[in-house]
Ligand binder design. Structure first.
Ligand code: PLP
Length: 437
């Protein structure tokens, strides 16, 4: 049996070839990339592990990518020469031993997905989407450009991968709601940058209208190709942790594509026979943009979209998450929990973790804040092994980092602020400060 993948809608039996420009099933439900998993059985679990291990020592471009080194499980039929890669994946796994000790955990690791070409985990999904579009264009499918609505990081990734491939890109951003670093990225990479006077949900609406014309390809995470790249985070974690997963994985959620991807990767590992025990998934949201938390509290009776309020965790300021049905299934399947944290909690959590050598973005602060809260509540117990998914690089959020230490973040009293000492240029003044440090 051959490795094969196609689009399938999650609530029905419609299937479409991956070469078709299609984002939803005939009933409007989300699509997923569905693999012929029985073909995976042609290799035993240990043969799969050996294959992935051997690619770890190869310098072939596809093997250097955390995503494409698992190509049979991602897009098995994509010709290798059509891959557009920026060496995404294989991000560092930070051993946060000191924090684990403070929290009485067996272990705590932080997966630094932001240590990537454009500074966020969005690279993992975008390499797959842009590679597939590159393949389609080579095969004369009439696609003129790729577009996305973004809270910042998706557009940065889209721009970079499209620039690498020589494909035009268009990004829709909520004006004034993303960091300067995030805004500069698509400008630098030559995208058409449209800053709209609305929020992310408003941008999402417009981009869907514009891409109804199939010559502009839609790159939002509703596009299930991105999930195929992002799911490799689970394979990578498993490989790095000696072919096991931790008891609990905590991930911040906005549009909920990433948690869906994490779960799909775990589904795959179970199907491959590489793991047997299911880990627990915890989604962390900002209180100011918490529709998934509210749905969880309601036993998922329904999703009520909210008007997302301003949050420091700007990439998850989303009130109407597109991937909600997939995320609900993920939480149910993986014994999941959803927690929310306040602005104060996320800011303090990020900077508490910085003290042991991390450099956390506010979204990582959301996940860490949930960790601290759930340890206190006893929902996460002593002796658990935990991985926190860090979604972006702190360097993209300098206003947040500097503002915290300068005590300039509105409504936040920073517990871990480290103020600069402004001194006259004389040694005596310096000595005085150092003596009291
Ligand atoms: C996109 C993003 C998220 C949220 O991921 P979803 O798939 O939308 O849930 C979290 N953090 C950062 C930094 C992001 O860019």
């Amino acid at each position: 049996m051959a490795f094969h993948a196609e689009f399938k809608n999650i609530s029905g039996e419609d299937t479409y070839p991956l070469s078709q420009v299609v984002y939803r099933g005939s009933d409007g439900s989300l699509l997923e990339v569905s693999h012929n998993r029985s073909a995976w059985k042609s290799r035993s679990p240990s043969e799969w592990k050996d294959l992935f291990q051997s690619r770890r020592s190869s310098f072939a471009p596809a093997d250097l990518s955390g995503v494409w080194s698992k190509r049979e499980l991602v897009l098995p039929e994509l010709p290798i020469e059509d891959i557009i890669t920026l060496q995404e994946g294989w991000s560092p796994l930070f051993n946060a031993q000191k924090l684990a000790k403070e929290m009485n955990l067996k272990s705590l690791h932080v997966k630094l997905c932001g240590n990537s070409h454009t500074g966020s985990f969005k690279d993992l999904g975008m390499t797959v989407l842009v590679s597939q579009v590159n393949h389609l264009i080579k095969n004369k499918v009439p696609i003129k450009a790729v577009a996305c609505a973004s809270t910042g990081d998706t557009s940065a990734a889209l721009s970079a991968y499209c620039a690498r491939a020589g494909i035009p890109s268009i990004v829709f951003l909520p004006a004034g709601k993303i960091s300067v670093a995030q805004l500069v990225q698509p400008i630098a990479n030559g995208s058409i940058v449209l800053a709209l006077d609305t929020d992310f949900d408003g941008c999402m609406k417009i981009v869907q209208e514009v891409t109804a014309d199939k010559s502009i390809y839609l790159a939002n995470s509703m596009n299930s190709l991105r999930i195929e790249g992002q799911k490799t985070i689970s394979y990578e974690l498993c490989h790095e942790l000696g072919w096991t997963l931790p008891d609990t994985i905590i991930i911040p959620g906005g549009n909920l594509g990433n948690v869906s991807a994490l779960a799909k990767g775990i589904d795959d590992l179970l199907a491959l026979g590489i793991i047997e025990k299911k880990p627990r998934i915890i989604v962390a949201q900002a209180e100011n943009a918490n529709p998934f938390y509210l749905a969880y509290k309601n036993n998922f009776s329904q999703l009520e979209a909210v008007q997302a309020k301003k949050t420091l965790a700007s990439a998850i300021q989303i009130g109407n998450p597109v991937s909600y049905p997939k995320a609900e299934a993920a939480i149910k399947k993986y014994n999941g929990v959803v927690e929310q944290v306040s602005e104060q909690e996320l800011a303090d959590a990020a900077h508490r973790a910085d003290k042991i050598g991390l450099y956390c973005c506010p979204h990582t602060g959301v996940a860490l804040g949930a960790l601290f809260k759930l340890c206190e509540k006893g929902v996460i117990s002593k002796e658990e092994s935990v991985v926190v998914v860090s979604t972006a690089h702190g360097l993209k959020f300098s206003e947040f980092k500097a503002g915290y230490h300068e005590q300039k973040l509105e409504g936040i009293s920073p517990k871990y602020a480290n103020a600069i000492h402004y001194l006259p240029a004389n040694a005596e003044a310096v000595r005085n400060v150092l003596m009291n440090a």
